[in-house]
Structures are given as C-alpha cells and as structure tokens.
Design a protein around this ligand. Structure first.
Ligand SMILES: *Cc1c(COP(=O)(O)O)cnc(C)c1O
Length: 219
C-alpha cells in the first residue's frame, strides 16, 4: 500500500500513526519523513540513539520496546512517548530522569494480553495493584497517558478481536477508576501491520506500523 493511502486511512479513523522504523536506516526513514510523517517508533535505545543525529529534530520519537531502567537516562530529554511502562521500578526511573531533564514524560501502561509468554507487559490481574502503588508515590515527572498492547500473532481474527476488546475494557476500567478527571489519559496504542484494521474497529487511536511502510524486516 502507498504510504499516503495508509496515512489517510488511519487519519480518517481519527487515529495517530507511529511509523515503526526499527532496523531501518536514517536514509530510509528520511524518505517517509519527506512524505510528511513526523512520528516514528523504535524498540531499542541504542539503535534510536545511533539514528537521531542523522535525522531532523522535529521528529516525535516513540519508544515501543521493552525498556531497561539503566537506559532511560539517554532518552529522557527528548522521548515523545514511552509505550512500555510495565513495572514500578521503571516508573521510578522515568520519574527521576524526567525530573533531571525538567520534563513530565508521557508513558503508556503496557498490558499483556496475548497468549504468548514472550510478550512483555503487566498481567491484567496486576493492573489495579500497579496503579494503587503508582499513585501512592506521587511522581511528578512521569504521566500515564493511556495503554499499549499487542495481540497474539495469529491468522484467527476472532482471537485478535477478543484481545483488542479486552484491552478496550481495561482502558475504560482504568479511565473510570483512576483517570476520570484526566483528559490526557486517552491513548489506546494497539494495532500493527497485520492487525491494525481490526484494532481501529476495536477502539484503537494509535497504531504502530512497520513492515507495511518500510517493507519486511530482514533481521
Ligand atoms: C516491530 C513492532 C511493531 C511493528 O510491527 P509491524 O508488524 O512491522 O508493523 C509494532 N509494535 C511493536 C511493539 C513492535 O516491536
């Protein structure tokens, strides 16, 4: 699919596109930038740091991969959104580095929804205890702006649909219980190249798309 067509489709659904540029070179990213895209996602801190100097500084960078606490300091000064908050120790570190950088760093709670064990994220039954613990700490330099999730990698659309619906329920639950007065808690980051259409039908308002834009990854 042509990039513009994809972008229009996503914009028509009132969702934000994050172009996932992991494994692709600054040159390849620049091509998509020149088509008007400004939001890009990477899943490794080192790879992101290696690329940013070669690219325009009005790019909004998203960290979409598992994040080690000791790497937060590198991205804290500029990261637009961290999609992978999944533990208190990481929230503490983001808050600390956010304070140093003089920022409030926006994050998404990553929820584990897929069957596969390999996926990171908070288990559904731990979400409330995480939130209770998090709120007690009164962190001022991190904010939670919504949730992120990944569906099981399967051809079975019913499975994917059910998982996105679970994410939607969790979002609504969190909104009602913890963020009722916080209009910034609004982001539902779900949907990738293979399932973004189902995600958009299920309430997603941020999709993370790589291979459909940049072609299949070779590693
Ligand atoms: C790689 C990746 C994507 C994009 O995957 P595609 O199938 O290439 O669209 C989205 N989200 C996360 C967390 C990823 O690691």
């Amino acid at each position: 699919m042509k990039f513009q067509e994809l972008k229009e489709k996503i914009t028509d659904s009132r969702a934000t596109l994050v172009a996932v540029s992991k494994t692709h070179s600054p040159k390849e990213i620049q091509v998509i930038y020149d088509l008007g895209e400004r939001e890009f996602g990477e899943n490794k801190v080192q790879e992101l740091m290696d690329k940013i100097d070669d690219l325009p500084d009005d790019i909004k960078w998203h960290m979409i991969g598992h994040l080690q606490s000791n790497k937060v300091k590198y991205i804290a000064p500029f990261i637009h959104l961290i999609h992978s908050l999944d533990r208190i120790s990481l929230a503490k570190e983001i808050n600390k580095e956010g304070r140093k950088a003089g920022r409030v760093i926006p994050t998404l709670l990553q929820i584990k929804i897929a069957e596969e064990d390999s996926k990171f994220g908070l288990d559904i039954d731990k979400v409330d205890s995480f939130m209770d613990n998090y709120l007690k700490r009164g962190y001022e330099n991190i904010r939670i702006s919504g949730i992120m999730g990944m569906a099981t990698f399967t051809e079975d659309e019913e499975v994917i649909k059910n998982e996105f619906q679970s994410l939607e329920s969790i979002f609504l639950h969190l909104k009602e219980k913890y963020f009722a007065n916080d209009s910034e808690f609004s982001i539902r980051s779900y949907g990738m190249s293979s399932d973004y259409e189902i995600a958009l039908e299920s309430g997603s308002n941020m999709v993370r798309i790589g291979s459909l834009i940049f072609g299949e990854r070779t590693y």
